[in-house]
Structures are given as C-alpha cells and as structure tokens.
Design a protein around this ligand. Structure first.
Ligand code: PXG
Length: 453
C-alpha cells in the first residue's frame, strides 16, 4: 500500500486534527464514546486487507470492517460502477416506479441464493431486512386467514439488528434490556453446549436442542406462532455454531406446526461459512432469508429479504384489484440505483473470483492457527466456522467486557483491527487474506492475550 498521504486539512495524528468538542458532535453507534474521544482510533483509508489510520499506520483488518468488506477493500470495479450510477441515475422513486438496475440485481440475487427463494425485497440494512421479514411473516398468515398467528420466536445470543422487531427477537441481553418491552417474542436457548467447547467447525452433538421449539409450541400453541428466526451461525453473539442436524430439526418442527422459518444470512450470506449460504451448509430450505453486508461488499448500504414463491404469490393473490399495493411496506431508498450498481459489481466479484470457494479453501488454515492459541491464559473456548472464529475470554468478576476490550485496544496499538463483542474477540477476515496475514493476526493475538492480567 502507498505511504500515508497527508489528508488535506487534517493533521496526521490519531484524532486527525479534530478537537474534543468536534469529536463530541458525532454520537457514535455501539461505541464507548467517552473512551474513543479521549483516545481516538481514526481510519482514513482502506485497500485489500488493510486500513490506514490517521496517525499513518497500516492496520490489518481482521473483521472485514464489520463482516461486510469480505471481498477486500477498495475494489476499483465497485468504485467505477458506483461513480457511473451516480452520474446516470442518482435516484429513482422506489414506489410504483422502477429502474432496470434493481430488476437486474434481484435476478442476480435470485440466481445466487438457494433454490426456492425467488423474490427479492430490498432494504438498506440487515436490521431493516429482519424487520421486513418479520412483518412479511405476520401479513402472510393474515392473508391465509390465520391472523392470530403473530408470535415471533428468536434464539438466545441471536442478533437480527437493532430495529424494534430485530431487537425483540434478538437474544443478546445487552442490546435489549435498556428498551423495555418491544414486540412480544420468545427465545430458544443458544445452541452452545459445554461439551462442545473447542470443537472445530460444526459441532457433532446437540441437534436435540432444536426440540425446544416443541416446548414453545406446547406453551403457546402453534396457532399463535408466525415464525422462527435464527442465524445459521451467530456472528455478533460470538461465533455460535449450531450442531450438525440442528437446523434440519428446526425446519421439521416448523413444517409440522405450520411455522415459517426465517434464516438471517446477513452475516453468513455470500461465503462467510465456506458455503455460499449457511442454509446450504446445513442443508435446509428456509421460507425467507435476510441479506446485507457482502451484498455490496459493504460499500453502499443495502439489505434484502429473499422470499419463497409461496410467500410472494400469497401476497399477489390476496392483494385485491391489480392497482392495489400488496405489501404496504418499503423505504425511500429500497433498491437505490447506486446501491444496485454496487451490488451488481460486488456480485461480479463474488462469482468471478469464486469468493465462497476461496473462503472454503482458506478456512482450514484459519481454524488451525486460531485453535493453536488454545492453552493461553484467559481463553475458555475457541469456536470457528469457515472464515469466522471467536475466542472466548474468561470474564473478570462483574466486568465481562474489560479483558476483550483491552485485548482489542492493544491489538490496535500493534497494527491490528480486532473486534470484541461480549466476552469474545471475533475474527472474520476478508476472504482474500493470505496465510502470512492470518499468522500475523494470531501472533498479535498471542502476545496481547498473554500480556493482559
Ligand atoms: N442480522 C445479522 C445476522 C447481523 O450480523 C444484522 C442483522 C443487522 O445488520 P445492519 O446492517 O442493520 O447492521 C447483523 C449485523 C459484530 C457485528 O461485531 C455484527 C453486525 C453488525 C455490527 C457488528 O459481530 N451484524
């Protein structure tokens, strides 16, 4: 990468020349604002697997940004497509009018996603995709004359974004407890068994955890349940990998009781697990999947729900006269022309450079190296799947986040961007990463985990 060029008007310091008052104008999401603003970590450039910091350092990206720039940063094909799109059609009304790019991308997504998922509804984020899918599920049952089927079921440690529906079905306590009762929802247990600690890839045992859904059916009655939503593998929850057979069993129980199965592939979609989609890895056909992140390689915000023909046609047939809106839902920026251009260019890269195969080829090396850290002090579990891994750190009494935070901060000092969530540090590097860079990640991890108390 080129040497750090001074950014015009900004000094090459950690805070990029901004004062504390200027830093306080921006309320940062999911961040320790006070700590960041006292000791800023400013990023001013990106290329391949590296970021460039405002203080002029090259920083290795171990999480593809936030699990989204998986095909590598700074792809010129995407930059060109986006630039062209802004010049050609900066915006087109999303409601009652269309533009060719959005139909093109929908077809591309239909071809690439698992069989049986044929109808793409665009959103602008994974959170919006989750809430859209939950609303679709409720409206679907209403159209089928089962309006009482409204209950939604998620899973402990699950993450489906931060909107009201996604927060309600989400299972990370820290993300919910501040907000009181949102939507009523129930939760399966996290598919995380003590016996599966340090297992590699998909754990063998524990498919029976899916039977908990039967207990929830017994409790609430299936006539009140609209849908179950789960991730194939929970990323934010700390790379929680369900056991072999778990998702199939969940599907069977859903079928038995006429419950829709929504699989949140926002993080797993387009290669992260080493399979194109997590549902394919587990051999399950969902009623809907949600997507975002890799859909545009993280360059322009975009998400999607991809629904089965049964769901789409139920809406089309129940919609009344032809001019009537079948699903009163959508966003100003649904299928934005610039996002579509980014999506099409990202899909060209995904297919043309065999990104999911590339992830599958590099995954065993990541697995080997990450599990090589086993035995270091503080490490209580290591989990991995495809190009994702998490190292669970023994919590300090009353302060579960302190150690992971310190590990991540020291890593930054060493030139590694490392993300922590709850009591785990998480790895989700770009699929284009090389072995030497994985070694570098693991060497830095080894040092910083050893150094902290
Ligand atoms: N579903 C899943 C499975 C996700 O991982 C969302 C929905 C929400 O997407 P948006 O685009 O609204 O953020 C996500 C997002 C982490 C991390 O550290 C994960 C996400 C976002 C930020 C951080 O693991 N996932």
């Amino acid at each position: 990468m080129a040497e750090t060029a001074p950014v015009k008007g900004w000094e090459p310091t950690a805070a990029a020349g901004l004062s504390r008052t200027e830093l306080d104008a921006y309320w940062m999401p999911f961040s320790g604002n006070r700590q960041f603003k006292a000791d800023p970590r400013m990023i001013i450039g990106a290329e391949g697997c590296y970021y460039r910091s405002a203080d002029g350092r090259r920083i290795l990206d171990s999480l593809s940004g936030l699990w989204c720039a998986s095909f590598g940063h700074g792809r010129p094909e995407i930059a060109e497509a986006v630039g062209r799109a802004v010049g050609e059609l900066d915006y087109a009304p999303a409601f009652q009018f269309g533009h060719p790019g959005v139909f093109r991308l929908a077809n591309r997504v239909r071809e690439l996603t698992p069989a049986g998922l044929d109808h793409v509804f665009f959103t602008n984020s994974g959170s919006e995709a989750a809430d859209t899918a939950l609303k679709m599920a409720r409206a679907y049952w209403r159209h089928r004359g089962r309006a009482e089927k409204t209950r939604l079921i998620g899973r402990a440690k699950g993450y489906h974004g931060v909107n009201v529906g996604g927060t309600s079905v989400g299972g990370i306590g820290g993300n919910r407890k501040h907000f009181g009762t949102l939507l009523e929802a129930d939760h399966l247990s996290a598919p995380l068994l003590p016996d599966n600690r340090f297992s590699r890839g998909v754990p063998e045992h524990g498919a029976e955890l899916a039977d908990e859904l039967e207990q929830l059916v017994a409790l609430h009655d299936a006539s009140t349940i609209a849908a179950v939503i789960v991730e194939p593998m929970s990323g934010s929850g700390g790379v929680v990998v369900p056991p072999a057979g778990y998702l199939k069993r969940l599907r069977e129980i859903c079928d038995r009781h006429e419950i829709l199965l929504i699989v949140d592939e926002v993080l797993t979609g387009f290669g992260r697990t080493g399979a194109p989609f997590g549902t394919e890895l587990y051999g399950v056909r969902p009623d809907m999947i949600t997507l975002a992140k890799n859909l545009t390689n993280g360059t322009v915000p975009m998400g999607a729900v991809v629904a089965s023909g049964d769901i789409y046609h139920t809406f089309m047939e129940a919609g009344g006269p032809e001019y009537m809106v079948e699903f009163p839902h959508g966003y100003t920026y649904s299928g934005h022309p610039v996002a579509c251009a980014a999506g099409l260019a990202a899909m060209d890269i995904y297919e043309g450079e065999r990104m999911s195969q590339r992830a599958a080829e590099m995954a065993p090396y990541l697995e080997e190296q990450v599990h090589g850290l086993r035995g270091l002090r503080h490490i209580v579990d290591i989990r991995n799947l495809g190009m994702a891994a998490a190292i669970q750190i023994e919590a300090l009494p009353g302060e579960p986040l302190r150690r992971p935070w310190r590990i991540a901060m020291r890593a930054w000092e060493r030139g590694l961007y490392l993300r922590y969530g709850g009591d785990t540090v998480q790895l989700g590097p770009p699929f284009i990463i090389e072995r030497e860079q994985i070694d570098e990640i693991c060497n830095i991890l080894h040092d910083v985990i050893t150094e902290i108390d």
